[in-house]
Design a protein around this ligand. Structure first.
Ligand SMILES: [Zn+2]
Length: 446
């Protein structure tokens, strides 16, 4: 195994439902575990379309001392799962025949909201080479290396999905290269991988003009992709790559409107052009309210460069237009104002972006690690604040609301969940607790 952190042996040993499944003699979990990791074998159709978990720990409220959250209260329950949904949350019956979750904490499955599943070397190690020419230099590099990467991109995507699953992620927003070098091949190769993984992994895709919309003529390919099974129209630094903010954003917005898609634009530009792009996009969304709640800026580094007052002003505008920010939680040279964005009501999500590729090799595959990073970076150390940071790993859904009222799980919620070796969300975030089991759409992945 090239990656000892997620060897198949560990994976199976850690899988609590695997052990339970074998104990009750159903036999299906063996194949399910294997398929989650190594093969594309669809999970046996008997895999628990209807089953019950017992001894499931759920968060039930906060315990206060002098007005501060001191502890998170929990209890053990039975969870009935039926046809991909949580059918009911029932009092625990420890002696029942149900599958034993052994007191592990149940949380919503994790969601990686910015990743490039179509372009990865994983799990072959290859460090990033010295760069020249900024993003345009990287475009020139991609024009050279993509034809070869496309030869194996289906298998690589499946391996990468296996890594994400091993960290409790069962859903990703994948940006897929659409440009004149790959044409639509990157998308088609990824769609094959996703089809093979569809029982255990969900996605939404962004048609991503990595080589610029107009800098290389990606327009015909984007128009074609927009008619295919994708969810968002992407973008890349309109000013520095295409040389025009309005022309590129207008094209992107129109393509999204014509095809009823969302928008998710990579914006690395800081300074004037970055800020103008943010403001122009907000204006366009306000003019076209259909795009509210469906429009995102990935990275959006310019927000980290603004004065505090300006950050707050832009955060309010983003919140009002329901434009979300997707951040990899950068640190070092640039710190994003993520707490300010959250406080102002902006949807903030995170993702690994790169796992091992020619851009970056630091993605672990865990979004719980991103939530932990954010908690450290922004000093979110209390029980309450740590528990709020879990939103970054789940793309929003957490068990308790700010008042400690249980809001997840509820009957009818998707059966997308993890069982994690932690006493509460705050501990899970702070300790990056190990995920012992993943269930996607009611299917036991491991
Ligand atoms: Zn990206």
């Amino acid at each position: 195994m090239k990656n000892p952190g997620i060897s198949r042996k560990d994976f199976l040993r850690n899988s609590v439902l695997g052990a339970a499944g074998m104990a009750i003699g159903s036999g299906f979990l063996n194949s399910a575990q294997a398929s989650a990791f190594e093969t594309n074998t669809a999970i046996n159709s008997t895999t628990g379309k209807n089953y019950t978990l017992k001894n499931v720990k759920l968060e039930t409220g906060f315990e206060y001392e002098n007005g501060e959250v001191l502890h998170t209260k929990t209890g053990l329950f039975c969870i009935e799962i039926s046809d991909g949904k949580i059918k009911s949350v029932l009092p625990n019956k420890p002696n029942s025949e149900a599958i034993d979750a052994k007191g592990l904490l149940m949380l919503p499955a994790f969601r990686d909201m910015h990743i490039h599943l179509d372009k990865t070397f994983y799990d072959d190690w290859q460090a990033v080479k010295r760069r020249t020419g900024g993003v345009k230099g990287m475009i020139a590099l991609e024009q050279q290396i993509l034809p070869e990467m496309l030869q194996t991109s289906t298998q690589k995507a499946e391996k990468l999905i296996g890594l994400l699953q091993s960290h409790g992620t069962s859903f990703a927003r994948g940006h897929v290269n659409i440009e004149p070098t790959s044409k639509l091949q990157s998308l088609k190769n990824l769609q094959t991988a996703l089809e093979n993984k569809k029982k255990t992994f969900g996605t939404e895709l962004v048609a991503f003009p990595q080589h610029g919309v107009f800098y290389t003529d990606s327009v015909p390919y984007l128009k074609e992709a927009a008619k295919m099974d994708i969810d968002f129209i992407g973008g890349l630094d309109p000013f520095s790559i295409d040389g025009a903010i309005e022309k590129t954003i207008d094209f992107t917005v129109q393509l999204a409107l014509d095809n009823k898609k969302g928008i998710d634009i990579h914006l690395h530009e800081s300074g004037d052009s970055g800020l103008k792009t943010v403001q122009y996009l907000i204006d366009k969304v306000n003019e076209n309210p259909n795009l509210k709640g469906k429009t995102f800026l990935s990275h959006c580094f310019v927000l980290g460069k603004l004065e505090k007052a300006k950050q707050e002003e832009i955060a309010e505008k983003l919140a009002a237009a329901q434009v979300g920010i997707v951040s990899t939680i950068p640190f070092g040279g640039l710190i994003m104002p993520i707490p300010t964005l959250m406080q102002r009501g902006v949807t903030v999500m995170t993702g690994n972006d790169s796992i091992i590729d020619h851009w970056n090799t630091f993605g672990t595959g865990s979004v719980l690690q991103k939530a932990n990073l954010a908690a450290q970076l922004y000093g979110q150390v209390t029980e309450f604040n740590l528990s709020r940071m879990l939103k970054l790993a789940t793309a929003g859904s957490i068990p308790l609301d700010d008042k400690g009222i249980q809001q997840w799980p509820k009957a009818g919620d998707a059966a997308d969940l993890v069982l994690i070796d932690a006493s509460c969300s705050a501990e899970a975030v702070s300790r990056m607790s190990p995920v012992r089991s993943l269930i996607h759409n009611g299917n036991i992945v491991y």
